[in-house]
Write a protein of this length. Sequence first.
Length: 255
Amino acid sequence: MAASAEQGALWFRRFVPGGEGAPVRLVCLPHAGGSATYFLPFARAHGTRVDVLSVQYPGRQDRRMEPCIDEMGALADAAFAALGPYLDRPVALFGHSMGATLGFELARRIQGVPDATVVRLFASGRRAPSRPGGQLVHLFDDDRLLAEVAKLDGTDARVLDDEELMRSALPAIRADYKAAETYRLMEDVRLDCPITALTGADDPKVPREDARAWERHTTAGFDLRVYQGGHFFLTHHWQAIVDLVTEHLGVRART
């Protein structure tokens, strides 16, 4: 799988220099409407123990001039094509909401690469692929779509109050919601890596049983972790989640 350095620079952000020599890479995949910077505190908390790469989807921030990708398979194919040079060591995937589904699809693709290893998928704030459901938010009008985004409490209040900024982000938000909501798993797929599902105790988007259903998508180990909070529970539990990731990846804790 050939990929250029330019592709990697477009798709991946390394916020902590010096992690390149870490024994494992952690690829972080944002939620619908999100960007790589959402995982900045996560990367900083890991330091150089793990090489944290945050994915920047097209159509936002420094990639705002690129067309958005509104179909999950196409998004996974494009991200996978750029990931090639980073598969030279074991990879873990951490995806939140839409990013969890994308992480699942990336894991499927990486498993087909000789000598590449996915050590674990962390699926946060998302129904299992076998449990589609929910509203078709991508079909809402602009005002209702923005209201839905605000309701989930995952966007900085200063950004929400900037109407011009929020309107400019609408194409990316709508495309991401469409990719997530039209995704359908048409076969019984099981990864050969363990899966850890994470969910908020009060998440209106992910019933507990739908988070637990990730277990059916792995032939390896599974565990479910529940945190206080709603859909963006992880924003308030970064350190606890860093500790969880460190434990599962066998990385020495910071002293």
